[in-house]
Design a protein around this ligand. Structure first.
Ligand SMILES: *[C@@H]1O[C@H](CO)[C@@H](O)[C@H](O)[C@H]1NC(C)=O
Ligand SMILES: *[C@@H]1O[C@H](CO)[C@@H](O)[C@H](O)[C@H]1NC(C)=O
Length: 453
């Protein structure tokens, strides 16, 4: 093509890569990269512009799958996933520079990070109205995905997977069903959910057992819980009308959320100490024991930096809010500063589904591969609730619960039901790829290649 001025641009066009969004250099990065990357906007409905950052595989971009990654909240940014969890570039502690994450998921896949819904991170809408719900989010994520494949048509024939964490336990299956039922030609193969909110009932109910059997409260409270919440050997901690049961569950809730424990990782300290568990972005905690309306006071408004309790996002926040970084990522000046989590989105978000049960059944019946994995020290979305949810799908077991091995050590446990796998990562918290990066990559590779864990 004679009009091509740069060879790179010619190559890009020929491969069907969208040239204007390509990121050719990044402040704080001096290393030559063995992958390519783009940052810009994908269009969803009603003037909504969702920020994406796409990194190609370090191995074989042409043949490796395309994987979408979504963080949860609701209201938290998927750039946390890129810069602190499974992305190729992580931010140094002081926020000044980037370094290579050698366990990046783009070792084996092309990974698309999407900040969703509008109002989160650098995503925005023209009318700046950020009230939304599960149904709209699925629709907008689907529209954005179609826009992605319009910008990068050459990736249309690659295998495609949806993955995500935490409240993305809702985003992932709801989007997946749209893709599976939709007319868009996408080579959709399956999805994976990490420490996801799959069922509010199982998540809340199991958390009480998790707390007791991890030594977080003693026999007095345990006896009260059994006296007031249980009958004939069957307990209901989730939506029990007994006043004394509610008061006992409130005590469990206060210990897990407010006493100074790191809810995302039981055996890690809380950065900033006991007080820090209690003073920042608390919207995510609304995911738990919602029936009782325990009334978490949100005083996050006084903080410059809206991060979940015991999460220190200073490094990402510092780097992403640099003017030169925004420019390199093609973020227009009028777009809001980056926050790890948006209180506007999280605070007004309407949850529509309390369980993903029917979504999973429909998706499994279409022959999709499904992985539900849990770091087993997380209390926001604990492994036992994840396991009970998977059990409740009543699929035929094909492999009994057993350890999986990495580096000659037990990496966790797993069991399989045909195309459905439940897997734990031993000793890891909510952000599995951040706290168990090597095992997370091994797990991800096994999932994609449909090989033994
Ligand atoms: C958070 O991390 C920054 C470095 O990125 C550090 O300077 C600060 O002390 C940390 N804050 C807490 C509360 O640990
Ligand atoms: C598992 O997925 C494969 C490939 O899509 C499909 O052929 C098979 O029927 C599925 N198995 C079950 C038990 O659904």
């Amino acid at each position: 093509m004679w009009q091509c001025l740069l060879l790179l641009f010619c190559v890009s066009s020929a491969l069907g890569y969208y040239a204007p969004d390509e990121v050719l250099s990044l402040p704080g990065l001096n290393t030559r990269l063995n992958f390519r990357q783009w940052s810009g906007y994908l269009e969803a409905s009603h003037g909504q512009h969702l920020h994406y950052w796409f990194v190609t595989s370090q191995q074989n971009p042409t043949n490796d799958p395309v994987v979408l990654w979504l963080n949860g909240g609701p209201g938290c940014s998927s750039l946390e996933g890129l810069l602190a969890e499974n992305g190729p570039l992580h931010v140094h502690e002081d926020g000044s520079a980037l370094y290579i994450n050698k366990y990046s998921w783009n070792k084996v896949a092309n990974v698309l990070y999407l900040e969703s819904p509008a109002g989160v991170g650098f995503s925005y809408s023209d009318d700046q109205i950020y009230t939304t719900n599960d149904i709209e989010v699925a629709e907008n994520n689907y529209l954005a995905l179609q826009d992605f494949f319009r910008k990068f048509p050459s990736f249309r024939s690659n295998d495609f997977y949806v993955t995500g964490e935490s409240y993305a336990g809702v985003y992932v299956p709801t989007l997946s069903l749209k893709i599976a039922n939709g007319p868009a030609k996408i080579n959709f193969k399956g999805y994976a959910v990490g420490n996801g909110l799959s069922s509010t009932f199982f998540n809340d109910q199991s958390l009480v057992y998790f707390g007791y059997y991890h030594g977080l409260f003693g026999d007095t409270l345990w006896k009260d819980l059994n006296t007031y919440c249980c009958q004939g050997g069957s307990c209901n901690f989730v939506n029990n009308n007994n006043y004394y049961c509610q008061e006992s569950v409130r005590e469990v809730f206060m210990i897990i959320y407010k006493s100074g424990l790191n809810i995302y990782s039981l055996y890690l300290n809380c950065p900033g100490g006991i007080g820090a568990s209690n003073s920042r972005f608390l919207t995510e905690l609304k995911n738990l024991f919602r029936f009782y309306k325990f009334g978490i006071t949100e005083n996050a408004g006084t903080q410059r930096n809206l991060a979940p309790p015991c999460v220190n996002d200073t490094a990402d926040w510092t780097w992403l809010n640099r003017a030169d970084v925004r420019k390199a990522l093609h973020i227009p000046d009028f777009v809001q500063p980056w926050q790890l989590c948006s209180t506007v989105v999280g605070g007004t978000y309407q949850r529509i589904y309390s369980t993903m049960h029917d979504f999973y059944l429909q998706l499994l019946s279409k022959g999709l591969r499904v992985l539900v994995y849990n770091g087993d020290t997380d209390m926001a979305c604990n492994f036992l609730g994840g396991n009970w949810f998977v059990q409740s799908l009543n699929q035929q077991k094909t492999l009994d619960y057993q350890p999986w091995i990495y580096n000659d050590q037990i990496a966790g446990f797993y069991e399989q039901f045909g195309n459905l796998t439940f897997l734990t990562v031993k000793g890891a918290g909510h952000m599995v790829p951040e706290w168990a990066p090597a095992r997370a990559l091994k797990m991800f590779e096994s999932f994609l290649s449909n090989s033994p864990y």
